[in-house]
Design a binder for this molecule. Structure first.
Ligand SMILES: Nc1ncnc2c1ncn2[C@@H]1O[C@H](COP(=O)(O)OP(=O)(O)OP(=O)(O)O)[C@@H](O)[C@H]1O
Ligand SMILES: [Mg+2]
Length: 363
């Protein structure tokens, strides 16, 4: 179950390209040739947005009215065509198996796609948003009910924050009503996240870290967004005056986070950059494996500029990790030889593509 065909039209510097990927795909070429753009296109097909920019116009090839992306996914002898088109006005058209769809989440369901870029360090150094998004992507794929609860929660959060900010006359009677729904949905979301993280940790530690003797001595903690020994209803009540002053809700699942530490302290200060990168690979591979184990959906892993900042030894470890992963993998690199240490450990069928000035040539 993987992408068997991908075509791009007027995406970034790529005018037109159609290719037939394998399980492992290497895309190589000079700076500015279009490697990251190609990964960005696959990501867009799943997420309906880029991992580089929110400005959709920059994705459309110079002076063109729109870009179009198509892919075919094979799953249990069934071919599922998917497509997305975006024009300069921001209008999006989505098609799945020939039928128009209005929801990006339908595409995301068909294609679980994760990306690792040289900027992915922000996962450890940045705020909790990215770490929360990582967990939620996993929960989204394995727990059908999660998305609706999450959407509804965000609506309630928005309403609650609007009340806190605008402070209408009827605030005192309205707030408890919203709080009740807030707590109900928060508990559902947190329960699903908690159970997912437990399963994730089991797989991450047993199957990846211990077996591969990588990254010993790690601990992953899940922070719910409020103290887990306290009831959320009490927490909201205790923080009501503070929240009114701030004009937003300070505690709840929208503040959830995971922390990863070793006996030397949080990984972001205890680990070197190479070690952090390896850890990131391990986290993504664990997530892919869990999604696959629980849903049977093969996921796609995009790795932009894999060799950057990695010594040969770490590249071998990355290879070891990737060999435990059944995802379809797309790797970009400037020179194809610089990923040979990774490829040696990967036994699955491979394809090599050369990108030159936006043209993709199968080697
Ligand atoms: N909307 C657009 N229309 C035409 N060209 C574009 C557009 N957006 C970006 N480009 C160009 O596309 C080229 C490819 O960029 P991309 O980031 O994919 O290169 P890359 O191969 O990943 O390079 P690097 O090795 O430096 O990371 C760049 O030269 C960029 O200027
Ligand atoms: Mg690039």
């Amino acid at each position: 179950m993987s992408l068997t065909s991908i075509s791009l039209n007027n995406f970034r510097n790529i005018e037109a390209a159609t290719l037939a990927p394998e399980a492992i795909n290497i895309i190589y070429g000079e700076n500015g040739s279009g490697k990251t753009s190609f990964l960005e296109a696959i990501y867009f097909l799943s997420h309906g947005r880029s991992f580089r920019t929110n400005k959709h116009r920059t994705l459309i090839r110079d002076s063109q009215p729109h870009f179009t992306l198509h892919a075919k996914k094979r799953s249990n002898n069934l071919t599922i065509p998917v497509g997305i088109q975006k024009d300069t006005h921001g209008e999006t058209q989505i098609k799945i198996q020939g039928k128009a769809s209005r929801r990006i989440s339908d595409l995301a369901q068909v294609l679980p796609v994760q990306v690792i870029t040289p900027e992915s360090y922000s996962f450890f150094f940045g705020g909790p948003k990215e770490r929360r998004a990582f967990i939620d992507l996993g929960v989204f794929h394995v727990e059908q009910e999660f998305f609706v609860h999450w959407q509804n929660f965000n609506k309630v959060l928005k309403q609650r924050n609007a009340l806190l900010k605008n402070k209408p006359a009827e605030l005192r009677t309205m707030l408890p009503v919203w709080d009740k729904e807030f707590v109900r949905l928060a508990e559902k979301i947190t329960q699903l996240r908690e159970s997912y993280i437990e399963r994730f940790k089991a797989l991450f530690f047993d199957r990846l870290c211990t077996e591969l003797e990588l990254l010993n001595d790690l601990e992953i903690d899940f922070n719910w967004g409020w103290k887990r020994t306290e009831s959320l209803a009490d927490v909201l009540a205790q923080n009501r005056d503070g929240d009114l002053m701030r004009g937003y809700t300070s505690k709840g699942p929208h503040k959830a986070d995971i922390t990863i530490k070793t006996s030397l302290g949080p990984v972001e200060t205890a680990f070197s950059r190479g070690q952090l990168k390896l850890l990131l690979y391990a986290l993504k591979v664990a997530q892919n494996s869990l999604i696959e184990k629980e849903t049977g959906k093969q996921s796609i892993l995009l790795i932009d500029d894999l060799p950057s900042e990695l010594s040969e030894d770490t590249k071998m470890k990355v290879g070891q990790l990737l060999s435990r992963c059944d995802a379809q993998i797309f790797i970009t690199t400037i020179e194809s030889q610089s990923v040979s240490a990774v490829l040696e450990t990967l036994a699955r069928p491979k394809a090599l593509f050369h990108v030159k000035h936006g043209e993709l040539i199968t080697r």
